[in-house]
Design a protein around this ligand. Structure first.
Ligand SMILES: [Zn+2]
Ligand SMILES: [Zn+2]
Length: 386
């Protein structure tokens, strides 16, 4: 007799009694039917024999107070709650016409996933949560790249530390020369079931904590757990164009899965060392270039550095203000989509610290020549307006 039997068979109907029938009523009904269908008085009648079996099975459950309770519970839990989506078939006993084959196989219209539900509730040797393949944990680590490697992409060696099988006992948890034995409490399944009959809830075995194995002489290195911290080194490909502080996901490079499950993912937090000359602004490179007042004022062509390339020429038009930005196309960081960012050049006037006499007198001449122009005149006027 199985849980499936419980759900499929209407024992009350088999005995012709109501669900609230008293034990005496059930006993009387059984006696009457058993006499009628007993094989001794129905020699060779297969139908009668079948009926007799049915009656006996029904009585064996309903006459036992504990089992009758389990039966009632199982049917009230699963017998009345489902609706039949299609193909209602009346007269299929006390189960409301629901096709049990669909429920258990999980292939019917209304049965999707119910196989799992039943598998979890009834511990019938199905794969339990503890024994299923388990995905490895996600692992997080960090690495520091040079400015250039962050732009071009690189391969780095990452040392990952994590829990894995103990190397001393190869994960068995047993001392060298001994082996763990099957847990006698759960027969190695790792599951125990508060199972008084056919109906029960399963939980990890307390004796072996769900491992299914018990160790008599524990491995001294891992004190019997079979697990130990270990480290491994992996080669990780860092894509081109990563930015400082960015988190990169490397799928399947995390902790290995258990019982054939997939590995977890590895997340790498990237730090990028600053460059003495260049900065980064997303896909663009930035550089600040010193210029003279004369270059901005009169206009000029200046050479500016490019990253890992020959200097490029930038034309400064006459009358360029200090701090203006110039854009050099295609001299930035290669982006994911294959395009390349730009180089942003900021001009910054350098004021000379030491002037020779010729330069000094030239600047003095400039001052005299521009004496009538007060650069703050407009500012002061606008300040008064408000
Ligand atoms: Zn060990
Ligand atoms: Zn156990």
């Amino acid at each position: 007799m199985s849980t499936k039997d419980f759900l499929e068979k209407d024992y009350y109907k088999a005995l012709g009694v109501s669900k609230t029938a008293k034990p005496a009523e059930i006993k009387a009904a059984y006696r009457k039917l058993a006499r009628k269908y007993h094989p001794d008085s129905n020699q060779g009648d297969a139908k009668a024999e079948e009926r007799f079996k049915e009656i006996s099975e029904a009585y064996s459950v309903l006459s036992d107070e504990k089992r009758r309770k389990e039966y009632d519970e199982a049917r009230s839990l699963f017998g009345g709650g489902f609706r039949v989506p299609t193909g209602q078939r009346p007269g299929q006993g006390g189960f409301g016409g629901f096709d049990l084959g669909d429920i258990f196989s999980g292939t019917g219209d209304g049965g999707g996933g119910l196989g799992d539900l039943f598998g979890g509730v009834f511990n019938r040797g199905r794969t339990t949560a503890q024994n299923r393949p388990r995905r490895g944990a996600d692992v997080e680590t960090e690495t520091t790249l040079s400015f250039g490697d962050a732009i071009d992409g690189t391969t780095v060696a990452l040392r990952l530390t994590g829990e894995g099988p103990c190397p001393t006992c190869h994960g068995t948890g047993a001392k060298a020369g001994t082996v763990p034995r099957m847990c006698p409490s759960c027969q190695g399944t790792g599951q125990s079931s508060r199972n008084l009959g056919s109906f029960g809830i399963s939980e990890p075995c307390k004796e072996c904590r769900g491992r299914g194995l018990v160790v008599d002489d524990p491995c001294p290195a891992c004190t019997g757990s079979g697990r130990a911290m270990s480290s491994r080194t992996i080669q990780a490909r860092i894509p081109a164009g990563v930015a400082d502080g960015q988190r990169i996901k490397l799928a399947g490079k995390g902790a290995p899965g258990e019982r054939g499950g997939p590995a977890g993912d590895l997340y790498v937090r990237v730090h990028v060392k600053p460059h003495p000359v260049f900065g980064r602004s997303a896909g663009d490179l930035t550089v600040t270039v010193p210029v003279t007042f004369a270059e901005l004022s009169l206009g000029s062509e200046i050479k500016v550095p490019s990253h890992r390339g020959a200097p490029v020429t930038v034309r400064i038009p006459p009358g360029t203000q200090n701090g203006r930005k110039f854009l050099v196309r295609g001299k930035g960081v290669r982006r994911k989509d294959g395009t390349t960012g730009n180089l942003l050049v900021t001009v910054e006037v350098m004021v000379p610290q030491d002037l020779n006499s010729k330069a000094r007198s030239a600047i003095e001449e400039l001052r005299e020549a521009t004496a009538g122009q007060d650069p703050r005149e407009e500012l002061l006027a606008r300040a008064r307006e408000a």
